[in-house]
Design a protein around this ligand. Structure first.
Ligand SMILES: [Zn+2]
Length: 551
């Protein structure tokens, strides 16, 4: 068994991940999150919200998963969100053909001609199938479409960011990477709208010394070696385009470490020119090293430029710019039309006043034909009736289409990678111990409540402890079946960081023991202090040995 098989076996058996529609034979690209998987995923999502919504101040919105056709025509997805595919002439299986695939990997038969297959799920909205709808392949478009509303919410000032987390759908041709390539999955995205002239970040100093492992596009061509470099140096050397991009790459790394990925198994890979998505001008992937699939993309960060806003502005005829004042008003020279008042007066008599007024509101390029409309009448004007003049004008600012930096997280992939990175097997007293070394604030079950025996009143006391912890907001699990050793192992395997044991001494002095999963050390604490101790241990505000008497 390779590590992927071991992790998936554990995930299925213990209720993290289940193949969807299993009783009907399952379908590639769909997975259920069982009780522990759903809880783990929720903690990852909450940590993400802590980072982006609370810490960075990017408010979260929710827009529909079902979108009307206009959205994806404007965004380019209807034309460009495709993979090349071909079908096997012998067995009929469909394949993605981006890797120079010539023969069918299933049966060795020859493949038919390749054609572009759009990865969006298409449906119709309402009866009569008149209106085409698409399930969104990313949450980003919902945020671009609402841009004019979001801009007003943020009081018309750049920069600002908006976040969205939700289900997205991609009709992958032949998903063959288990839980890593799904047809329905959760992504968490932020669109950070910036003034294109502003590339600096006010808190860059906070991240400048963080070390990154980079795999930049240029370096790849030369020697294909990863680069260990600080954020500051990477920006100064121009490997990362600017401070803003550097800051957000560092933030991604901080998030991935916070939820428990292995630092030595994370790197950032820059997209080469030929693999950049149709909307992006610079793009990096955070990749995690997996045992079976190698380096795997889990987060993308793209500089989408002004592509999306300009596309939607054009398609919807809606203004999508931000008025940005200059530091000082600028004097500009421009050409204006100057009517020859006297000559027009002589020629047009009582119509002259209206013609003169109309001419004054026109820009020179609106008068190219030499005609003017007054009261529905088209009047040609000869050259002697109009003069042009250069004038100086003061302007205080201009409408700017913001550029967009977009970190985009594949939450389901992160769940799998986290399971794999935290999966450990070790020998303890001649027996194999399987442990999920999840950080205490990410582990789905935060504490196991275990009566040493299921009699002598220990079980009743343990139930009381369990309920008081639940009332304090901890997700705990009561378990009384089997030896205490077996119960410890059972909880090690799902990553429960702390096991609270109720023994005979509990009945005498109202203390319990807490066992730490990774070190297997135990301390004894009074029940009345238990929830305070658990809070500190889970948040990482206290060291295990310091919060109770070591046994
Ligand atoms: Zn075949």
């Amino acid at each position: 068994m390779d590590k992927y098989e071991k992790v998936i076996e554990l995930a299925k058996r213990r209720g993290f991940l289940w193949p969807s529609f299993e009783i009907y034979g399952s379908t590639a690209g769909f997975w259920d999150f069982g009780p522990l998987g759903a809880a783990l995923k929720r903690r990852i999502k909450e940590t993400w919200r802590d980072f982006y919504v609370i810490r960075e101040g990017f408010y979260e919105i929710e827009t529909p998963a079902m979108n009307i056709e206009d959205v994806f025509v404007a965004s380019g997805h209807v034309d460009n969100f495709t993979d090349l595919m071909a079908e096997c002439k012998k067995c009929g299986e469909a394949f993605k053909v981006d890797l120079g695939l010539e023969k069918c990997p299933e049966c060795g038969g020859s493949l038919g001609d390749a054609y572009a297959f759009n990865l969006m799920f298409k449906t119709s909205i309402g009866p009569g199938s008149k209106r085409i709808g698409y399930l969104r392949p990313e949450t980003a478009q919902g945020m671009f479409v609402d841009f004019h509303r979001i801009l007003r919410f943020y009081r018309d000032r750049l920069p600002f960011g908006v976040a969205q987390m939700g289900k997205v759908y991609r009709n992958e041709i032949s998903p063959r990477q288990g839980t890593l390539r799904l047809r329905e999955f959760t992504i968490a995205e932020v669109e950070i709208f910036i003034d294109p002239r502003m590339n600096e970040h006010p808190r860059f100093d906070e991240v400048k010394d963080i070390m990154l492992r980079l795999y930049p596009a240029k370096e790849r061509v030369i020697n294909g070696v990863d680069l260990e470099i600080s954020v500051k140096d990477a920006v100064e050397k121009g490997i990362i385009k600017h401070q803003l991009m550097g800051y957000h790459i560092a933030l991604i790394l901080q998030f991935l470490l916070k939820i428990g990925l292995s630092p030595e198994k994370i790197r950032f890979r820059q997209h080469k020119k030929d693999e950049i998505a149709h909307y992006a001008s610079d793009c990096w992937d955070a990749e995690a090293l997996t045992d079976r699939f190698g380096w795997t993309e889990i987060v993308g960060i793209a500089n989408r430029g002004d592509y999306d806003l300009k596309a939607h502005a054009k398609h919807s005829q809606t203004e999508m710019t931000v008025f940005t004042p200059y530091e000082q008003p600028i004097m500009r020279e421009r050409t204006i039309i100057k009517p020859n008042v006297r000559a027009i007066g002589i020629k047009f008599k009582d119509k002259a006043a209206k013609i003169i007024e109309a001419l004054r509101t026109l820009e020179p390029d609106q008068f190219k034909e030499g005609v003017i409309q007054v009261g529905g009448e088209v009047i040609p004007l000869t050259k002697d009736l109009v003069e042009y003049e250069r004038v100086q004008e003061e302007t205080c600012g201009e409408g700017v289409t913001p550029h967009v930096i977009e970190p985009s997280y594949g939450i389901d992939r992160i769940v799998y990678v986290l399971l794999e990175h935290s999966f450990e097997e070790e020998m303890v007293e001649g027996e194999k111990r399987v442990v999920l070394q999840l950080p205490p604030n990410i582990a789905p079950v935060q504490g196991a409540v275990l009566p040493l025996l299921s009699r002598d009143g220990l079980d009743k006391r343990a139930r009381e402890v369990e309920y008081s912890l639940r009332k304090s907001g901890f997700l705990v699990d009561y378990d009384e079946s089997g030896t205490i050793g077996r119960r410890y192992r059972r909880h090690d395997e799902i990553g429960t960081p702390f096991a609270i044991t109720i023994d005979h001494q509990t009945l005498e002095d109202d203390t319990v023991t807490i066992r730490e999963r990774d070190s297997m050390k135990q301390i004894r604490v009074p029940i009345e202090a238990l929830s305070g101790v658990m809070k500190k241990l889970i948040s990482g505000d206290a060291i295990f040995e310091n919060v109770g008497a070591l046994i």
